[in-house]
Design a protein around this ligand. Sequence first.
Ligand code: HEC
Ligand code: HEC
Length: 334
Amino acid sequence: MTRFALFLALTLPAQDVWKTYPVYHPEKAPPDYIEWLRSQTPERIENPDGETLFQYPAVIGSLGHRPPSDPPYLHDKAWFDRVNPPLTREGAITGFVYVLRVKGKVEIGSYSCAGCHTRVLPNGATIKGGPGNFPIDAALAEDLEASISHPALRDANKDLLRRIFKLTGDFGLGNVAQSLAGRTLGVMTPLGAAPDQPIQIPDIIGNPKCADSNYIEAKQKAYNPNFTAPSAQLIAYLSTLRAPPSPFKADKYSRQGAKVLEREGCPRCHNEDRTKAPSLKGLWYRNVLGGNGAGTSLEDWFSPARLSYLRGHEYGLQLSATDRAALIAHLRTL
Ligand code: HEC
Ligand code: HEC
């Protein structure tokens, strides 16, 4: 797979697996965190387990391209203010980790499975395998800003932004944020996908592809063709991912919605042995719906007006207002 090959050309491949450390918001990090990291002895992990592989960066370097910085540019409140990533309960981010391969050298790692496939809830709880909400677009815009006086890096960043977020024209610093505004978080066009086809970062919990070793191996190599770790441990780990219980509790109203779901035949496609239909478990935490991510709430997914901007999937569009509201209430409890 050649996806993202463009930016691999400019980054160092990470072939071995090394111990990684969280990237904290500088105000949430332990005191003297970077100095402490510099004093640690790098640890090579011989037989990484599945969770380690899920969280291990495919690329040593940023998401985009930027000149080297010491201390790492992520240990800077200004970066957090500009990119505004959601923080976990520990005050860390999901998109990056620190990697120690050489004593005293704190490197940044990116493009882990977890970086795109972890959802951080407003209370800081994380859902591994949920659709990621790390703002990749804002982080790339910040890379562009940091590379503006380095023509090769700057142009590579522009190419990346054009390609995966469909920015057009010769946008510069002033208008990149503006061009990105109004986009739906979690929708991108991965390299290798058709150019005009935005795709949502899907919820992969229970996704049948998680058990497909050819797919997972291709995915492991997509961002780092030199990566050699086998997929078996990762696949075993992916099979353990579960959607957390919904905070929306069943009531009389939602139980009425459960009957609507049966009556409308939804489980014919949305069931545990599904082949193509996404799981309905975990709808309560998704912010985008439909393969191309054009739906942004259950209310608009089941509104007939949706057909004007997103065709197909007409199930549930003809319901009475009461049945529709009950169905949505039920779906949120799953
Ligand atoms: C840069 C972000 C990114 C990274 C890193 C990433 N993915 Fe994905 N993943 C996506 C996007 C976007 C899609 C939807 C488009 C597609 O299917 O390619 C996706 C789709 C998937 C799917 C569902 C495929 C389907 O057809 O339903 C699985 C399973 C998956 N990824 C697993 C992984 C694993 C395992 C890793 C780590 C080895 C990983 N991903 C790394 C962004 C990412
Ligand atoms: C014939 C099979 C089929 C039937 C019947 C069906 N669906 Fe779907 N559903 C799908 C497929 C396939 C998708 C993915 C659509 C896409 O990627 O654009 C989907 C997407 C969805 C989504 C968006 C999920 C997401 O995360 O993107 C919801 C919500 C949903 N369906 C609910 C329902 C409900 C409720 C019913 C019954 C009223 C129903 N579906 C009937 C096949 C079906």
